[in-house]
Design a protein around this ligand. Structure first.
Ligand code: ADP
Length: 300
């Protein structure tokens, strides 16, 4: 695979035709490169953060551990913010398991706009870019570090995000080189850390919080996912992954617990069918989360 995703994808698919950007997100005129602002982090590294033209607030969603529902939260948060009236982009940077295309019901390839910038796909009122548009879902990811970093930069700066109030970045699970290289040069305005109440997930969530603190990124709060399961027949609540883990983590790290999301069949089904926020029962938790995020970052 070429390491230039723009040329690779468009040549392969032969879809160079111009397509006008969708009305809800009118594109800003091509902006000159945003100024670099140098700052020395706690790691002693001088970083130059570069804004993404047209994007007001960048929100990183991280989890430390995989499988806790980080992508589910990212996708539903993005759609919930859009339903509240915001212009929203979702950058699915989860190289190891890019699930946004499936969770949003998106298939197929990308197109390039008149200024040679990649046009993100649109679904459920949000603009979407994903590593999943460049990989076969059945094949393991073979991209190496420098390629991932380069492709991620292109996803940020060579994609026509239009005017976005919020760009949500679904980071890969973990707190290693890949995650650091993705966010250290981005002006991330706030991070959301997703965990289950289980100790083994909380350990990794602690690491994710520390990573953001090291990079001087404000953590907006913790999302406790799969907090409990309520039997739809008898109403009994079972703490499948333990109880109170999200609250303990938030207290330990002096953060807010933004929301506790139950285990719900509809949440899983909606993800598989590409129909986020479809069922009323599962909507309220994500709408609450969107409200909490909005109130911490400012309105639109
Ligand atoms: P991650 O991004 O952390 O790897 P995913 O968002 O892919 O996790 O979620 C893992 C699995 O759990 C998916 O099958 C998803 O549909 C399911 N899932 C996530 N959150 C919930 C929930 N609250 N209730 C039921 N299923 C969930």
């Amino acid at each position: 695979m070429s390491d230039d995703v723009t040329t690779h994808e468009t040549r392969q698919e032969g879809q160079h035709q111009w397509r006008s950007p969708v009305g809800a997100h009118p594109s800003p005129p091509p902006a000159p490169p945003a100024p670099l602002t140098g700052k020395t982090t706690k790691l002693g590294v001088r970083v130059h953060k570069r804004a993404i033209p047209g994007v007001t607030e960048i929100i990183a969603v991280a989890s430390g551990k995989g499988g806790v529902g980080k992508s589910t939260v990212s996708v539903n948060l993005a759609v919930a913010l859009a339903q509240m009236g915001a212009k929203v982009g979702l950058l699915d940077g989860d190289i190891y398991g890019p699930s946004a295309p499936m969770m949003l019901g998106l298939k197929g390839s990308l197109e390039v706009g008149d200024q040679g910038r990649i046009l993100p796909r649109e679904a459920h009122g949000i603009r979407v870019m994903s590593f999943g548009f460049f990989s076969d879902v059945k094949e393991p990811v073979i991209w190496r570090g420098p390629m991932i970093a380069k492709a991620f930069r292109q996803f940020c700066y060579d994609v026509d995000w239009g005017n976005c109030d919020y760009l949500i970045i679904d980071l890969p699970p973990g707190t290693g080189d890949v995650q650091l290289s993705m966010i250290e040069n981005l002006p991330v305005h706030g991070a959301v850390v997703v965990t289950t109440p289980q100790d083994v997930a909380l350990i990794d969530a602690h690491k994710a919080i520390s990573m953001f603190k090291t990079l001087d990124v404000k953590v907006l709060g913790v999302v406790e996912n799969m907090a409990f399961y309520e039997c739809p027949r008898c109403g009994h609540c079972e703490d499948v992954f333990g109880k109170g883990g999200g609250a303990r983590l938030s207290e330990d790290r002096e953060l807010d617990l933004l929301v506790s999301i139950p285990i719900e069949k509809h949440i899983r089904e909606q993800g598989d069918l590409g129909l986020p926020l479809h069922h009323e029962e599962s909507r309220s938790a994500f709408m609450t989360l969107a409200q909490e995020v909005k109130s911490r970052l400012g309105g639109f």
